[in-house]
Design a protein around this ligand. Structure first.
Ligand code: ANZ
Ligand code: ZN
Length: 875
């Protein structure tokens, strides 16, 4: 018999597929088929695929192939996230130009992808973000955002990684360090930067998550926390006029008569605090300011001791931010000697400066409520500031007594009530938050606020290998172009080309700034001299909309046609790593909303369903060069073939779990495929003969006239079809799908005698092998294409109809039912699948093992759970 030789079959089919550019082309959007848009996250062209990519792409490929066979119009694209720092590092290291390095990596990885048999429509969809055909649309979008005031420029403190020699977005800072350099602390620098106003969509980005059941809960939770919406209240405290107080002999901390709710008089400073717990305001016993608060700076001018203390605190905070342990620094502070008036109570509170208050959060000032806030409690205890309880459990009835023996600080807010809070005493805490906020607004000394953890997206990068930002700075600085002197490059002049032959050095600062031909530009408005922006865009811009370009990859008059995008979007299935939960998956949601608002598309969200696959590990550990446990896809394919590698990647674990790669396992799958090959090749002539006689569509063989052996095989076959079809639509447990095919193949193999002797009819044999080949097609495309042809089919298996499970054929003729006596298993009986209750009870009673258990006892009653269980209660 012929031997299974993937090294011969796979390249042969690959070149046939390559010769047919329309093979995986989706139909025109005007066609009648239902659409299915399946996207795997595009790779960075580092030079070689790793085995994790193989897993990710194989999951998507199996699904795309299955959906094609189910009759869907499938768009299955691929592209390259081709800008970014590694290309510049390669230039530094080996002197290779980033462009040349990137394009040759793309070529190499494309060869690998083809070897794996991934069914991408390369000709129709391929995009590479480093090409001007692509990045000119990044520039176009930038200009649209500029028009919509969604792109703006400002000077701000930014995250800076010294190794990247560039700015990082907040999303690229992980635990105080750079996302690419896990042990390089991020520094803060003050720089002029371009930002995208993603915060404008903060509410929608957050609320939209509730309407996305097709996204994993863990991703939605991560996004919710990242966006971090919190409601709060700003309350303004007048700073007491200490000289006036002194004059009246008034002692601070006693209510100044008539001062309730007072705003600071003209010329008198005030402090606005930000609190999420305005309901605790009767418990405020001091005001704490950030060392960089404007008032502190003011007071420090005339108070040298204060100035010295504050300087130290500023330095200490900067250091703590850098090391990322801001939350754990020892709290301390210094009194300013000034006082502020609580507008709710009229009480006078001492004003302090404290090292745990951030200048750039809220208003940089807080009211300190030690009884109900941990940090304030720690601080108040240290300095002997008063602690006043104003919140109690609802069970306390809201009595005005603070002798409660609950440990302080008492944090609970749900189910809590206010005590010691004047007219608000007895109110539920949550309601009081709302009412007291409204009250403060009404009285004019406060306002309710909504704040987000999400900050605007800083997109300027001081790097070469990225999209040039399409603005120039006119040296004549026209009026009327806001901000002064910033002139957008007109659409007609796009793309602003990234120059070649730029020296990449380790020096700080944008490499483009050292290219005079690039920098020196003409102002499009006045024709005068202008300096071109030399920063490039964050590469997350590229990946924010690339999947839209797939629908119309060759368009050179627009980023894509709205008509096409509206047909294909939202993506039906998006597949990729969970590490993109915050970065790419928030940015691309933002981009979608912007494109919707400029009228390009209709969808609110980019993808209906998101799947995040597990990692591939080796010997229980994440793969890394330093551990020497990296599995190379090329090596696997070389040894076992692409089909075995793919099938193993799906067989070894459910796709959402981590997969421990074992070469033995790939070898095992390869033996299984060899068995499929041998058997199918042997019976292919039977299939050919039967199908030739019946026409291409053969009806499932009926039970009528079947021998028991034939009926049993058909039953397993149809059960397998039902199971795999369900796995694809449901939980994607391809590991059990493939296991089911293995069981089927075992059963076929042990019926070889019966097939050869004629006991199993040719029509049954034909149906078995035809369906087996179809069932394996999503997993092992090369082998099944070969077998399909060997069976005499001239049209491609790619669009052959997926087999349909016949429920009658799949039905077991016998079922097993456990029999219990007093709840303990006595035996499992076999009965006809359609047996009635009487028969089942009688069979149970007649069973020998059940009889032994019953012995001389009396049956009180017999409980029957349909199709599941018989339980006899005995005395
Ligand atoms: C009084 C209070 C009472 C507070 C209480 C909490 C509990 P999140 O939820 O993280 O937004 N805060 C406000 N601005 C601050 C700053 N610049 N630096 C340090 N802390 C600041 O936290 C909001 C709470 O953090 C605010 O509500 C404020 O303390 C504090 F029982 O006000 B709270
Ligand atoms: Zn000008």
């Amino acid at each position: 018999p012929v031997r299974y030789n993937p090294a011969e079959i796979e390249p042969r089919w690959q070149s046939r597929w390559d010769a047919d550019p329309a093979l995986y082309r989706a139909e025109d959007h005007a066609g009648g088929k239902p659409k299915f848009f399946c996207v795997e996250m595009l790779p960075y062209p580092s030079g070689a695929l790793h085995i994790g990519h193989v897993r990710n792409y194989t999951i998507g490929d199996a699904l795309a192939r299955f959906m094609r066979m189910r009759g869907f119009n499938v768009l299955h694209p691929m592209g390259w996230d081709a800008f970014g720092l590694p290309a510049e590092n390669a230039a530094l290291k080996n002197g290779r130009a980033p462009k040349e390095w990137t394009l040759s990596n793309i070529a190499a990885m494309k060869v690998q992808m083809r070897r794996i048999g991934l069914s991408y429509d390369w000709h129709g969809t391929e995009v590479a973000s480093c090409l001007p055909e692509y990045y000119r649309w990044n520039q176009w979008f930038f200009l649209r955002m500029l028009e919509k005031d969604l792109a703006y420029r400002r000077s701000s403190k930014v995250n800076w990684c010294n190794l990247c020699a560039t700015v990082l977005a907040n999303e690229q800072v992980v635990g105080g360090c750079c996302w690419r350099h896990e042990d390089t602390p991020v520094e803060q620098r003050e720089l002029e930067q371009w930002f995208f106003r993603i915060t404008k969509y903060a509410d929608e980005l957050l609320d939209g998550l509730d309407t996305m059941p097709g996204w994993p809960d863990k991703v939605r939770t991560m996004q919710r926390n990242w966006i971090g919406r919190s409601y709060g209240t700003e309350v303004t405290f007048a700073v007491a006029d200490d000289t006036a107080l002194k004059g009246t002999g008034f002692s601070p901390s006693v209510t100044p008569p008539g001062k309730e709710g007072a705003l600071a008089p003209e010329g008198q400073p005030s402090i606005t605090v930000f609190t999420t717990r305005v309901d605790t305001i009767f418990g405020a016993t001091s005001i704490q300011l950030a060392p960089e608060h404007a008032l502190v700076k003011e007071w420090a001018k005339t108070d040298a001791a204060l100035a010295a203390d504050v300087d130290k605190m500023v330095a200490e905070q900067a250091a703590a931010k850098q090391t990322g342990d801001f939350g754990t620094i020892e709290k301390h502070g210094v009194s300013t000697g000034k006082h502020a008036i609580n507008p709710f109570t009229g009480e006078t509170l001492p004003i302090w400066v404290a090292n745990y208050i951030l200048a750039d959060y809220g208003t940089g000032a807080i009211m300190s409520v030690p009884a109900h806030d941990e940090r304030d409690y720690e601080f108040a205890t240290k300095y002997g500031l008063p602690i006043k309880r104003v919140i109690a459990p609802a069970t306390s009835g809201g009595a005005n007594d603070d002798s409660g023996d609950l440990a302080l600080p008492y944090i609970a807010e749900d189910e809590a009530v206010l005590i010691n809070s004047g007219e608000w005493t007895g109110e539920a805490a949550l309601e009081a938050q709302e009412k007291m906020g409204l009250f403060a607004e009404h009285k004019g000394f406060g306002k309710r606020t909504k704040t987000f953890r999400l900050k605007d997206w800083g997109v300027s990068r001081q790097r070469y290998w990225g999209t040039p930002i399409p603005v120039v700075y006119c040296q004549n600085g026209h009026e009327g172009v806001p901000p002064k002197g910033v002139v957008p490059v007109p659409d007609a002049q796009l793309p602003v080309l990234l120059p070649d032959n730029v020296a990449i050095t380790a020096e700080n600062g944008s490499p483009l700034g050292r290219v005079p031909e690039f920098v020196n530009a003409t102002c499009p408005v006045c024709g005068g001299p202008a300096r071109r922006e030399t920063d490039t865009m964050d590469t997350f811009v590229d990946s924010s909309w690339y999947f839209y370009r797939y629908t119309d990859a060759h368009n050179n008059t627009a980023p894509f046609s709205s008509e096409k995008a509206n047909y294909w979007f939202p993506i039906d299935q998006y597949i990729g790593g969970v590490e993109h939960a915050i970065l790419h998956l928030i940015y691309s949601r933002y981009w979608t909303k912007v494109m919707r608002d400029i009228g390009l598309i209709k969808n609110d969200e980019p993808a209906t369903r998101l799947f995040t696959q597990g990692m591939v590990i080796k010997d229980g550990a994440k793969m890394s060069k330093s551990k020497g446990n990296v599995v190379s896809p090329d090596e696997m394919i070389g040894k076992f073939g692409a089909d075995a590698t793919r099938t193993y990647a799906l067989f070894a674990a459910p796709p959402d779990r981590d997969l421990d790669w074992q070469e033995d396992g790939v070898a095992g799958v390869s033996r299984f495929l060899a068995r499929v090959y041998r058997l199918t090749m042997k019976y292919a002539p039977v299939v050919k003969a039967v199908e030739h006689a019946k026409g291409d569509e053969i009806a499932p063989s009926a039970f009528a006239g079947q021998t028991p052996a034939g009926a049993k095989l058909l039953r397993t076959l149809h059960q397998t079809i039902a199971k795999i079809s369900e796995d694809f639509s449901g939980r994607w447990h391809f590991n059990t799908s493939i296991a089911a095919v293995m069981i089927l193949v075992n059963e076929i193999a042990s019926s070889e005698g019966a097939m050869d002797s004629g006991e199993i009819a040719p029509a049954t044999i034909a149906e078995l092998f035809r369906s087996l080949t179809l069932l394996l097609a999503p997993f092992a495309p090369f082998l099944t294409a070969e077998l399909w042809e060997q069976m005499g089919h001239t049209s491609s298996i790619n669009h052959a109809a997926w087999p349909v499970a016949d429920a009658t054929l799949a039905k077991d003729d016998e079922i097993e039912i456990p029999v219990q006596v007093n709840g303990k298993l006595a035996n499992v009986i076999k009965v006809a699948a359609d047996a009635d209750e009487e028969t089942i009870k009688a069979t149970a009673l007649a069973d020998e093992k059940v009889q032994q258990r019953l012995a001389d006892k009396t049956i009180v009653k017999t409980i029957y759970v349909k199709g599941k269980l018989v339980n006899m209660v005995v005395k």
